[in-house]
Design a protein around this ligand. Structure first.
Ligand code: COA
Length: 164
């Protein structure tokens, strides 16, 4: 059985993330969507529990997807789950630079390849940071966030903003 890990911080998960997860699920028997930490990101808008729930909701129609969390290194999770490959998405030239460094480091840490998928054009401009900013100014997120979680994501971000 060929399995893959699709890692990220998913703060919050977007239509762009879902696009990549769906593409990976068509290629592999099993896809682990793995919520990890990023040393460049100290604070998250959504808790680990909330992000897990969001991902479960938006992938519930995809039977070969499982949501997992990991506190440490991605390669350690890959070993533990016996995943064949890491999936990363490429949206633009900047992603290529960043991703190639991560991919090489992961290959050095453990002999695992990264497969790069190019997302659909209509999602390539999306990032979780932009989504958080747009919601904080009161704009709805239907164009960026899966419909199953749009209201919860919007309300959480807008409420947080209006408290400031
Ligand atoms: N569509 C839309 N947006 C996308 C996207 C897509 N297909 N792919 C990525 N993005 C966005 C994300 O929303 C995120 O936006 P943000 O920075 O505004 O939050 C941004 O692109 C970066 O996402 P991503 O590349 O997935 O990084 P991340 O910070 O979410 O996750 C980890 C990075 C968790 C995978 C990585 O840090 C990791 O492996 N950590 C574990 C520790 C480890 O092993 N470190 C050594 C690595 S060599």
């Amino acid at each position: 059985m060929k399995s893959a890990i699709c890692p990220g911080t998913f703060d919050p998960p977007t239509l762009g993330h879902l696009d990549i997860i769906k593409k990976a699920a068509k290629i592999f028997d099993k896809v682990y969507v793995a919520i990890g930490s990023n040393s460049r990101k100290k604070e998250f808008a959504f808790s680990l529990v909330e992000r897990t729930e969001f991902l479960k909701k938006i992938t519930q129609g995809i039977p070969n997807v499982e949501i997992v969390t990991f506190p440490g290194l991605l390669v350690d999770l890959a070993k533990e789950l016996e995943a064949s490959v890491i999936i990363r998405s490429i949206r633009n030239i900047t992603d290529i630079d960043y991703e190639s460094i991560q991919g090489q480091m992961n290959r050095l840490l453990w002999d695992i390849e990264t497969l790069y998928l190019i997302g659909d054009e209509k999602f390539r401009f999306i990032s979780s940071t932009l989504v958080r900013e747009i919601a904080s100014h009161g704009k709805r997120l239907h164009a960026f966030i899966p419909s199953e979680i749009e209201a919860s994501v919007f309300e959480h971000l807008y409420r947080k903003r209006t408290k400031i």
